[in-house]
Design a protein around this ligand. Structure first.
Ligand SMILES: Cc1cc2nc3c(=O)[nH]c(=O)nc-3n(C[C@H](O)[C@H](O)[C@H](O)COP(=O)(O)OP(=O)(O)OC[C@H]3O[C@@H](n4cnc5c(N)ncnc54)[C@H](O)[C@@H]3O)c2cc1C
Length: 479
């Protein structure tokens, strides 16, 4: 039996991000992925939102994604695009980049890190005891780990094996998605009708066409065929545009569910294994990557004995409400995409409101993930919020805040007169001249110092309480 500190089942975006986080924290981590390699059959998701680009920036790898993607304003409510280019972030946009490219870049990154990847191997079951988890898998000998994380997608074997409930809402609609070739001219832009959204879009190779169409009836759970696609297109457009030579045809629904618990003993869930929803709004990859960044350092500290196991409970406490809000947004989006005359009227009324400054910022903050505030109690407005990527001046020269987080370690930034803090956490004396401005919230008072977690969230922002924050989050004796 092979042993690792942590085994991750599933090497999609959530699993690979978590593997990177654990490897950066020097945890012996293995990833078990049933595909023979990282290659995805289709392009799948179309991009990631601003906070996800920021967390990649916090690890020094955002440029790899930016080099291959395109900055676009596509955060949408109803059919209204909410421009967020005025948000105070280096990345006030959505990055359009297909999931197959996201996964290729993530796979190349984890190949540079000490991550053991078992491709072509499927986790089939597990049993946990007081000290660890025994993991059964195809294509190799069993594994033993202190913790097992299910990043194995919506049909998660890990979630089911752990007996975690997955309450939510059954599907009310299904869509076909495909990559094909066509022989006829394509319609410009998507079409909305009383069934849902339909569109054909030529991809960057100039030959492949990505098709998404909503089916009139919820389709069966069997794999869809080219004939199904052709019939669905004819029902909407009166033609199937000569679709042929498919490389990928799949069906997805608006089934919306969320795991009742993100942890059962030594087993945790992240990404789609913890929440599934309709892809309207493009939330899935971003949620999974941010789950991973929230969980990674906590799990690392529990594994190396820095923190008690109770630190893991903050993972559910913080991330469950974030996904619940995202699920609510996607359900609203699904309803607004069914454009019969009455929903069109709702959409038209809303479109006048949501472009107004305050609602636009609220909604764009929610879609982008830039408004996240983990409930860490009352205090300075930065508490529980993302640390802005300020341009700092230090004794060693200029540095960005996010650069200080590249090694996934906590940082205590001191903006007052240089002083000694009684802590093993890295302390950096710095100055910053500009305004402290947060997305949605606006300007906040400059704190004298901030304690930042490895995931970029502030857990103390001056005043009393530093020893408690250090002991609560980083296992240091309160003194
Ligand atoms: C048509 C469509 C469009 C979408 N558009 C967007 C979008 O624009 N933006 C966005 O953010 N999201 C979008 N999504 C959602 C997004 O694709 C998912 O939310 C995302 O892939 C979830 O990542 P994950 O890592 O949690 O799970 P997955 O990507 O599902 O990865 C799970 C991995 O686990 C592996 N696996 C499964 N079971 C096992 C097992 N037992 N053992 C070992 N390995 C296993 C699988 O092979 C897979 O690699 C879309 C989804 C669909 C279907």
């Amino acid at each position: 039996m092979l042993e690792h500190a942590v085994v991750i089942a599933g090497g999609g975006p959530a699993g690979m991000m978590l593997a990177a986080e654990l490897a950066l924290a020097k945890v012996d981590v293995a990833l078990v992925e049933r595909r023979p390699d990282h290659v995805l059959a289709g392009a799948r998701a179309g991009g990631v939102h601003a906070r996800t680009i920021e967390v990649l920036d916090q690890r020094g790898v955002a440029d790899r994604f930016l080099a291959e993607g395109r900055a676009v304003q596509v955060a949408t409510f109803g059919t209204t695009v909410l421009d967020m280019s005025d948000f105070p972030t280096r990345h006030p946009y959505t990055l359009a980049i297909f999931q197959n490219h996201i996964e290729r870049i993530l796979a190349a990154w984890i190949a540079e890190l000490p991550v053991r990847v078992y491709y072509g191997s499927e986790v089939t079951g597990f049993t946990q005891d007081d000290a660890g988890v025994d993991i059964e898998r195809s294509g190799g000998e069993p594994l033993r780990a202190r913790y097992l994380v299910g990043c194995d997608g919506g049909r998660s074997v890990i979630r089911k094996g752990a007996g975690i409930d997955f309450p939510g809402w059954e599907a009310t609609r299904s869509n076909l998605i495909a990559e094909v070739e066509t022989t006829e001219e394509l319609p410009a832009g998507p079409r909305f009708d009383s069934v849902g959204v339909h569109g054909l879009h030529r991809m960057e190779d100039g030959r492949t066409v990505r098709v998404v169409t909503t089916e009139r009836e919820i389709g069966p759970s069997t794999e869809p065929t080219l004939v199904d696609l052709s019939e669905a297109l004819i029902a909407v457009f009166g033609t199937d545009f000569g679709v042929h030579n498919p490389t990928w045809i799949s069906r997805f629904t608006d089934m919306t569910r969320q795991a009742a618990a993100y942890r059962a003993g030594r087993v945790l869930l992240a990404g789609d294994s913890a929440h599934v929803h309709y892809p309207a709004g493009g939330q899935g990859v971003s949620l999974g990557v941010q789950d991973a960044v929230n969980l990674g350092w906590k799990l690392a500290q529990v594994v190396d004995g820095t923190s008690p196991e109770t630190l893991l409970d903050t993972y559910h406490a913080e991330r469950h409400p974030v996904a619940a809000r995202a699920l609510q947004y996607t359900m609203a989006q699904t309803a607004l995409q069914r454009q019969d005359d009455r929903i069109k009227a709702v959409d038209a009324v809303l479109s006048e409101l949501v472009v107004m400054d305050e609602p636009r910022k609220q909604l764009a903050g929610r879609i982008s993930g830039l408004d996240i505030r983990y409930d860490l109690g009352d205090g300075h407005p930065l508490l529980g919020r993302r640390m802005p990527d300020l341009d700092l001046v230090t004794a060693d020269g200029p540095v960005r805040v996010f650069e200080c987080l590249h090694d996934a370690r906590p940082v205590l930034l001191n903006f007052g007169a240089p002083r000694r803090f009684d802590t093993a956490v890295r302390v950096l004396d710095a100055s910053y001249e500009g305004e402290w401005e947060l997305p949605v919230l606006g300007a906040v008072t400059a704190p004298e110092a901030v304690l930042i977690r490895p995931d970029g969230y502030v857990v103390w922002a001056g005043g009393p309480g530093l020893p408690d924050a250090l002991s609560r989050w980083f296992g240091e004796p309160a003194g």
